[in-house]
Write a protein that binds this ligand. Structure first.
Ligand SMILES: Cc1cc2nc3c(=O)[nH]c(=O)nc-3n(C[C@H](O)[C@H](O)[C@H](O)COP(=O)(O)OP(=O)(O)OC[C@H]3O[C@@H](n4cnc5c(N)ncnc54)[C@H](O)[C@@H]3O)c2cc1C
Length: 539
């Protein structure tokens, strides 16, 4: 396995150099299409086996569904409740593995579910479900609470009919950072990952597959011959012709979240409950100092683009659930700091099926040297990638065992000296997010380890990201590499001037480019990460 210092010498290259490298690379074996969690995991797994692999993402990495999920790494209690044992078991195994592999990026999160008189599920039957959930994970985390204990934990919870509560544990992550961690590990093992490169056609011939690829940055196109392709375009699979109609149909279901400042919706752990209107599960989760309410589940009938936005009725739906559970808060649209919506790549069942009734399982199918994958979850990326590799073996010779035994390079237990001045939680977050690369951070000035704006991001983190993580646009930096655009009021617009010198220094932007990027970012933020009332207030 290549040491990280060596990696830096070879891989500390710009996006432009990566594109150039690709055009002159004669021996790429596999191309992965799609830079969400699924594509990133397949990319990482192929690189681990020593395969020469390239990944193309038409927008920014994780700009599809994989930065817009609920960020839960969960065992799928709901699947267990529906009797989908294999999906629940697979998810629980994945959760346990990730918790052990990436502490700091995948962290345990305790959920409390209050039980009310006459409502399903009752505390007793739910307790049994949790026992099975725990036993599948070979741990004992769940327990019951009396009504009094529920109130001690969450004093604002609706008292009327409250009978008690149950507590169980899942995990929370940052989906976009998880994608980046996989990309970085894959590149360190020899892969090339490129954002803003769209695959516009695929031709399958006797000797393999030829792809046409368009680079949105240089406006150049290139064609590339490979032995096999992994097509991991998530919900985009419906729109993908590639000369053959997709074998499976995706029913695009939009799920939206609202983010409320932590001081306005204070929760010490997550709350899970059922929406009074339709009995769908709703959660309220603490995330990076703020609180998130999610999620909706509605048919997304508009064309699939990245400018998805929450609707007023979705906001009403989420707030009414929250206000029913925590009536004293009486949250309104004006309490919302940010929002986001994503489209679930859910396999279509019958048209009359309710969205929540559809299966969340993934499917893989092979057509010659093209392996397609869609559906599934953030949590189960490892097993999806392993299954994709098994199908790719038909077209590419792979060694029996991986060249690199680890999915994630492990961090030494010894804390790095400069970071010991940070809180334990911040240190953990940095280790989980950047892994062993943390030792390469240039901590040049006094403010390197200071927080930028009211977000957890550090100045040193910004500099590392700008140098190493293919930031093409300001929105890449503010909405996915960091979450400044969600965690700071008004998309962090008050702090943009502080970012300007960093972007100009590391990305070579001039005044005109900076202004164009600010305009682009604010348009995207207003369209997809804000909400109508907030916009009216700003105007
Ligand atoms: C609201 C919501 C909440 C969710 N919550 C959870 C959760 O808490 N836990 C969990 O485990 N799962 C969750 N999920 C599911 C999970 O987020 C998705 O299953 C997962 O992100 C899908 O990843 P993907 O890589 O398949 O798709 P995507 O992330 O959408 O990636 C596909 C990528 O392909 C790219 N692409 C398309 N066409 C081309 C082309 N021609 N060339 C190059 N690139 C192309 C797209 O730009 C896109 O980025 C949630 C989903 C939603 C919508």
């Amino acid at each position: 396995m290549m040491p990280v210092s060596k990696w830096l010498e070879t891989k500390s290259i710009t996006r432009q150099q990566r594109w150039h490298q690709l055009q002159h690379h004669q021996s790429i074996e596999v191309a992965v299409i799609g830079g969400g969690i699924t594509g990133a995991a397949i990319f990482r797994e192929l690189a681990r086996y020593g395969v020469k692999v390239v990944l193309f993402e038409q927008g920014d990495f994780a700009s599809g569904t994989s930065s817009r999920s609920s960020k839960l790494i969960h065992g799928g209690l709901r699947y267990l409740g529906k009797g989908q044992l294999s999906l629940a078991f697979q998810s629980i195994r994945a959760r346990q593995w990730l918790k052990q592999q990436l502490p700091g990026l995948v962290e345990p999160l305790h959920f409390m579910i209050p039980h009310y008189q006459g409502n399903f599920p009752g505390q007793h039957s739910f307790g049994w479900l949790l026992k099975i959930y725990d036993s599948l994970a070979k741990e004992s985390q769940a327990y019951s609470l009396s009504a009094h204990q529920v109130l001690t934990r969450q004093p604002l919870v609706n008292l009327q009919g409250l009978q008690g509560g149950s507590v169980f544990t899942d995990c929370i992550s940052d989906d976009a950072r998880l994608v980046m961690r996989l990309m970085t590990e894959g590149e360190a093992d020899g892969g090339i990952a490129l954002n803003y490169t769209k695959v516009t056609s695929i031709q399958q011939g006797r000797g393999g597959v030829t792809l046409e690829v368009q680079d949105a940055v240089s406006k150049q196109s290139t064609s590339l011959a490979v032995k096999a392709v992994a097509n991991a375009v998530g919900a985009w699979v419906n729109g993908h012709d590639y000369q053959q109609p997709s074998l499976y149909r995706i029913r695009p279901l939009r799920g939206s979240h609202v983010l409320i400042p932590g001081w306005r919706l204070p929760v010490s752990g997550a709350l899970s409950f059922f929406h009074p209107e339709d009995r769908r599960p709703i959660f309220i989760i603490p995330w990076q100092g703020a609180t998130v309410i999610g999620t909706t589940d509605v048919d997304h009938t508009a064309p699939l683009t990245n400018d998805l936005a929450i609707t007023s009725s979705e906001i009403d739906y989420l707030l009414s659930a929250c206000n029913q559970l925590l009536p004293e808060l009486q949250l309104t649209h004006y309490d919302i700091q940010a929002s986001w919506s994503g489209v679930r790549p859910v396999l279509a069942g019958k048209d009359k099926d309710a969205p929540s009734a559809l299966s969340r399982e993934h499917v893989l199918w092979r057509r010659g040297a093209i392996v397609n994958v869609t559906g599934g979850k953030l949590t189960t990326f490892k097993s999806i990638a392993e299954q994709a590799l098994a199908l790719l073996r038909e077209s590419v010779q792979l060694p029996v065992s991986p060249v690199n035994p680890h999915w994630f390079r492990q961090v030494t237990r010894q804390p790095l000296l400069p970071f010991t001045q940070l809180s334990f939680t911040t240190q953990q977050r940095l280790y989980g997010t950047y892994g062993t690369w943390l030792s390469l951070w240039p901590l040049q000035n006094k403010r390197s380890l200071q927080q930028f704006a009211p977000a957890p991001t550090l100045y040193a983190e910004l500099e590392w990201i700008l140098q190493q993580e293919q930031v093409v646009h300001l929105d890449d930096l503010l909405l996915r590499r960091t979450r400044i655009g969600l965690l700071c009021p008004l998309g962090g617009s008050h702090w943009l001037s502080e970012l300007k010198p960093l972007c100009c220094q590391w990305l070579g932007w001039n005044e005109a480019k900076w202004q164009a990027e600010v305009d682009r970012y604010l348009t995207i933020w207003q369209q997809s990460y804000s909400h109508p009332e907030l916009l009216a207030e700003v105007a």
